[in-house]
Design a protein around this ligand. Structure first.
Ligand code: ATP
Ligand code: MG
Length: 410
């Protein structure tokens, strides 16, 4: 992609009403634009990151045995009344039609998926069943000043599992803990698996929390990795010695990037979702639910991977594999290298602008945060290129072939 043609460029000034680090960086670098508070447009650069995150999550969910579908945003009011949530779900947006209808604007999808599953689940042979989607959610959040961390419209992956028994649910639940850890690692996030309350459904849930000063959550945890609880429920105090001898427990601010919780039979009862067990007995399906905030994860990555110059994307979610800069009178040479990168299937953002100084190109590259920078100038010897990684200080002149191979395998 030629930067001269890219829709969405860097800007110097941050809009005054943006107070979060993630939205400041992402707006300045040309990834997102605010529509209204808590609602952001994703420009081409931003969508590339969002899609990379979504695809990693999609791969991991498919590998866990789940099937992807896409459910509606305009939801049936009658089903929300059945679960008693039409008037009790705080953040529910209600949409009035100019005809006689009213809809719920989907903040979550139990009210849509459980009646749908009911049509296809009849026998124990139909279970377990695991379904997920990647879709925009709508919530009338009280405050929305944290950029992508708390949206009123935001992208979520939500997975729902249906089982014969609580035992089978817990087997999948334990499997999903491992899947979640792997997924967040692939996204470049070290998420701490944290015990939290289960709300109205269950005795417990597990949250995936990333340590970050600007987070709205708070956890008490052991850095040895054997203990973490959300402070909303934790009985222990900061400073208590870990039982396994890892030293004192710490209290830190965190961002919840995902959570999993057992729903048990709350929704299958509301919608009469039953199946015949092996003995022909009619039973309610047992459910679990597993969420990841995709746009929140993108905001979190920007929030924790940055320096004073801009964002530092992990390779796995970076908008491009490399950022190619042409300086001075080296256009022909750089065009050739750009073509070579395309032929080698290396995704390059090519800063081909002619009316912009070298200094500006360097600072834009740092702000945008693509992990590898390639510079071509008149001085660059044939067959070589100046290569620098975003998180390192030193640039090196290296063989172009080797760099292309390295970027191909990344
Ligand atoms: P929170 O406590 O932060 O409001 P939640 O418990 O309401 O989160 P869920 O309804 O379980 O969250 O949603 C699953 C995931 O979706 C969360 O773990 C979080 O990562 C993300 N998420 C929830 N609300 C928002 C929001 N307003 N903006 C962006 N992401 C969100
Ligand atoms: Mg919430």
């Amino acid at each position: 992609m030629k930067y001269s043609k890219l829709f969405g460029k860097t800007i110097k000034e941050i809009p005054k009403d943006e107070v979060s680090i993630n939205s400041q960086l992402l707006i300045k670098a040309g990834f997102i634009r605010k529509e209204v508070a808590g609602v952001y447009n994703f420009l081409p650069l931003g969508l590339r990151v969002l899609n990379k995150i979504s695809n990693i999550i999609r791969e991991e969910m498919n590998n866990s045995g789940a099937q992807e579908l896409l459910l509606v945003s305009l939801q049936n009011k009658a089903n929300w009344e059945k679960t008693d949530r039409w008037n009790n779900f705080d953040a529910l947006f209600k949409v009035k039609s100019r005809y006689d209808f009213e809809y719920a604007l989907g903040p979550t999808h139990e009210e849509v998926l459980v009646p749908l599953a009911n049509e296809f689940v009849n026998s124990y042979r139909d279970l377990p069943l695991k379904l997920y989607q990647i879709q925009n959610k709508f919530r009338d959040e009280a405050r929305s000043k944290a950029g992508l961390l708390r949206g009123r419209e935001f992208l979520m992956k939500d997975l729902y599992s249906f089982h014969e028994s609580e035992e089978d649910l817990m087997k999948y639940y334990e499997q999903m803990k491992k899947v979640y850890k792997k997924t967040f690692l692939r996204l470049g996030l070290s998420a701490i698996e944290t015990v939290a309350s289960g709300g109205t459904f269950s005795d417990f849930s597990h949250e995936y929390q990333v340590i970050c000063e600007s987070g709205e959550d708070e956890i008490i945890y052991c850095s040895g990795g054997d203990y973490a609880q959300n402070t909303e429920i934790a009985k222990v105090k900061e400073g208590k010695e870990c039982d396994l001898g890892h030293g004192p427990l710490k209290k830190v601010k965190t961002i919840e990037v995902g959570n999993i919780f057992p729903l048990k039979d709350k929704f299958s009862k509301a919608f009469g979702l039953t199946f015949k067990d092996k003995n022909g007995k009619e039973k309610h399906a047992i459910m679990g639910c597993y969420g990841i905030g995709i746009s929140r994860a993108m905001g979190t990555i920007a929030e924790v991977h940055n320096d004073e110059k801009g964002i530092i994307w992990p390779k796995s979610v970076a908008p491009f594999d490399c950022h190619l800069l042409v300086l001075g009178n080296a256009r022909d040479k750089a065009d050739k290298i750009y073509k070579e990168l395309i032929d080698a299937s290396v995704d390059a953002l090519y800063d081909d602008r002619e009316d912009v100084s070298a200094g500006q190109k360097f600072s834009d590259a740092d702000l945008i945060g693509i992990p590898a920078r390639l510079v071509v100038s008149e001085k660059t010897p044939d067959g070589k290129i100046e290569y620098k990684e975003r998180n390192k200080d030193k640039a090196e002149i290296l063989d172009l072939d080797k760099i292309v191979k390295k970027l191909q395998s990344a």
